[in-house]
Each structure stands twice: as structure tokens, then as C-alpha cells.
Ligand binder design. Sequence first.
Ligand code: ZN
Length: 150
Amino acid sequence: MVGPEPFIAVGPHTIRELLRKEERAGRERHWQQILGMYHARLLMGGYDLKRFKVVITLPRNKFRLLVAFYIGHCRLKKHLFNMGLASFANCRFCVMEPETPEHLLMNCTAVCRRRIKALGSMFPNRDCIAHLAPSKILKFIYILGLDESL
Ligand SMILES: [Zn+2]
């Protein structure tokens, strides 16, 4: 054996934990460096195993609805306008700003009361949005009546 004395072995749990930390850091670094996905970054923040386990066990229709809202590729006016399928991009509730998941969750003045009812806050900030439970976002979508149109 070559090296300083006394030799202290590294246990398998230490190695496993180091690999786990390295994998977690690599995943976070990849998420930060990848281009695009503005709405997903805003609504989900970073990777969250607890949220992943909740989302993956949702029924198919709720899963589809939530993922469409998370990534912004749904029948909200802004996305439809970008695709050339709508004549205007403004919000169907306030008609003041482009209708995006961000606008509905954070800024839309026309849905303040419904936002309080579903999310517990009138104007949640970005940090609050990133930590919202999927069930709250789904409740918000249902309260807005968007579940049929998304
Ligand atoms: Zn609005």
C-alpha cells in the first residue's frame, strides 16, 4: 500500500453519497445551462423529487393539463398567437397583457380572488411560484375554468 499512514478506508456509503451529490450538482448545472424552457424554469424552479413523485402519479388528464401549463405549450392565447392560431395574444380575463402561465399565476388582476382561493396569495412572487404544489396549480386551473380549454 502506498500513501500516508495510518490508512483509513472509505466506506461504500461515503462513496455513494459523493456520487449522489455529484449527480445532483450535474443535474442542476444542466438545468441552468440548457436554453429555452422559460415557463418550466419559472414554474418549477429546479428539480424536486417530491414534486416529481406527486406529478408522475397523477391521472393522465391531470398530468397532461399540468405539464402543458408548466411548459406553456397549451391553449393559452399567447402560445396560440405564436403558432398563428389566434388573432390576439392578450389575456381572456383582463385583456391587458399576453396570456401566459406566468401572467395568470402572478400578475393578472382579473383573477386575483380566484388566485387567493387556489394559491393562498393575491400576487405571488417568483420564489413562491417555483415552490407551489402541483395540486394548487391544478386547483387554480380548474377554478379559472381552463381545464376544458387547455
Ligand atoms: Zn390577465
